[in-house]
Design a protein around this ligand. Structure first.
Ligand SMILES: Nc1nc2c(ncn2[C@@H]2O[C@H](COP(=O)(O)OP(=O)(O)OP(=O)(O)O)[C@@H](O)[C@H]2O)c(=O)[nH]1
Ligand SMILES: [Mg+2]
Length: 499
């Protein structure tokens, strides 16, 4: 879609200065404040309320990249309503929205924040600001506006009617990224399910406004953000057809989960402890799995690079086998439809014996990430699983940030998946926190039963081992079923408890 381009100097040139009508207000930093003229000069807070965030536009370096992006990608303006928290929080949230938009393949032209006690029920941003947003859209030649939040269908529709370009919300954006990144059949089905749920709730709202799906440029990947996956054709079908598709997906997913459940049951039967690597998206979960096991999982400086969990076997120094699973990352306000659709994948974490919670120590707000991750964990029933906080990217984090995190999380491991710093100590911490086999035994195992000794190695914990003339004299902790199998080799008087 081509939009009328206003004759303006490029990006951030003098038109900014024209509109900067803030006189009394002294900004605390050098952020570019831009009071948008709404004819009402009374309220200072309101005058500065739609604010441009500096450094927002996606930087394109090389000319072929520019052309490539022009063809395929959307040119977007980001808008957020800042209701609570500090200015820094609002800006961090905006930077995250920008990363999400770029991950989806957009070129970000501008970011605007409005301070408001709550979003406007009709238009998200104040209705007086909508015209000003329209001006920015025209000035930048944007074809899409992305709002930071989950908007009601009516809000999206009202905004589109007035701004005349596609308007999507953060939820649709995240769904779109998931749709682009899903690789396995299961992942694809999960994403489609989430998208259909999202669409279903908005069917009526979008009924008369299907152009939003058809509009915009249609690139190789489909209809652009919010348009990939179940798009216009499904929207045009009735609720009943969507419902039947949802039912089909659910049953397909149940079947796929069956396979996973079989594997899980197998591991449970063999009492193999499982560790799930969880954390905020881009925290370095896959990098850590690779570092710990050499798994070769895809690592990308992109949000939601991992959607399919990867499980790898690992061993403690004394030979006990356990599994490590890399999982899908979380984000603030992870859309509920996604959490629900990914339930079977996320269950992996809820059923784990230990959660390795990876935190990006170089992020401006690691505590915010931790809070967001714990919220999702509790949502999926994993709040009770023991958690080990791992502060990653120690090589990139500032020493002050690390000191602060060390104080706040005294038990945390501090590592760098990139340099390997702290990894061996993390490994031993993980080992020490694996569940211990319950039964302590003393057994004399004849040398021809090396298989049993081997099994104690893999699933139990050796306390002492002595080679005698009659066989290996072993004191160990094992699981009840293995203890049962060892019954006839047990030495009468139990060893004194040592652990
Ligand atoms: N500087 C630094 N960068 C790291 C470190 N660990 C990971 N990264 C980088 O962080 C980015 C994300 O890493 P991933 O391992 O893909 O992160 P993830 O948590 O699996 O991300 P998602 O699967 O997208 O949720 C990549 O660019 C990594 O190279 C580290 O210790 N130090
Ligand atoms: Mg990953």
């Amino acid at each position: 879609m081509t939009l009328p381009q206003r004759d303006l100097a490029p990006q951030d040139a003098d038109h900014d200065a024209d509109e900067l009508v803030v006189e009394d207000f002294k900004p605390s930093d050098d952020t570019d404040y831009r009071a948008l003229d709404n004819g009402d000069q009374q309220d200072l807070a309101d005058r500065i309320s739609l604010r441009r965030v500096a450094g927002m536009s996606t930087e394109l370096s090389d000319i072929s990249e520019v052309e490539y992006r022009r063809l395929l990608l959307e040119r977007v303006v980001l808008v957020s309503v800042w209701t609570s928290g500090t200015e820094e929080d609002a800006e961090n949230a905006m930077v995250e929205l920008k990363l999400l938009a770029e991950t989806a393949g957009s070129q970000v032209l501008e970011g605007l924040i409005q301070r408001r006690s709550r979003p406007d029920p009709a238009t998200y941003i104040g209705s007086g600001k909508v015209e000003e947003l329209r001006e920015v859209v025209l000035a930048t030649g944007a074809d899409t506006v992305i709002c930071d939040g989950e908007l009601a269908p009516a809000q999206l529709r009202n905004l589109e009617d007035r701004i005349k370009v596609k308007v999507i919300d953060r939820t649709a954006l995240i769904l779109d990224i998931f749709a682009q990144h899903a690789k396995s059949a299961e992942g694809k089905a999960q994403v489609e399910l989430a998208q259909l749920q999202y669409l279903k709730q908005r069917l009526r709202g979008w009924g008369g406004n299907l152009s939003r799906q058809a509009g915009g440029r249609v690139g190789a990947a489909g209809g652009g953000i919010g348009g990939r996956g179940p798009g216009e054709t499904k929207l045009e079908t009735d609720r009943r057809r969507i419902n039947s598709r949802i039912a089909k997906l659910r049953s397909a997913l149940r079947e796929m989960d069956g396979t996973r459940e079989t594997k899980r049951a197998e591991r449970r039967r063999h009492r193999i402890p499982s560790v799930a690597i969880v954390g905020y998206t881009n925290a370095g979960k896959s990098s850590l799995l690779n570092r710990l096991t050499g798994a070769g999982v895809l690592v990308e400086d992109a949000l939601f690079a991992t959607l399919d969990p990867t499980t790898r076997r690992s061993q403690t120094t004394d030979g006990r086998v356990f599994t490590l699973t890399d999982t899908v990352g979380f984000v603030r306000h992870l859309p509920h439809d996604l959490v629900e659709a990914f339930a079977s994948t996320l269950e992996e974490s809820a059923q784990a014996d230990l959660l390795v919670h990876v935190v990006d120590g170089s992020d401006p707000d690691p505590n915010g990430q931790i809070t967001a991750v714990r919220a999702v964990l509790s949502d999926i029933g994993a709040a009770g699983v023991p958690e080990l906080i791992v502060i990653n990217k120690a090589d990139a984090a500032s020493p002050e940030a690390l000191t602060m995190l060390r104080t706040q999380y005294p038990d945390a491991a501090i590592v760098s998946a990139r340099t390997g710093q702290g990894i061996s100590s993390l490994r031993s911490t993980v080992e020490s926190r694996l569940p211990k086999p319950e039964v302590e035994i003393k057994a004399l195992i004849p040398y021809e039963r090396g298989d049993l000794v081997n099994r104690i190695h893999q699933s139990g914990e050796f306390l002492t081992l002595e080679h005698t003339a009659d066989g290996s004299l072993i004191v160990a902790r094992v699981h009840p079923d293995l203890a049962g199998e060892l019954a006839r080799f047990l030495v009468p008087e139990p060893a004194p408890a040592t652990a």
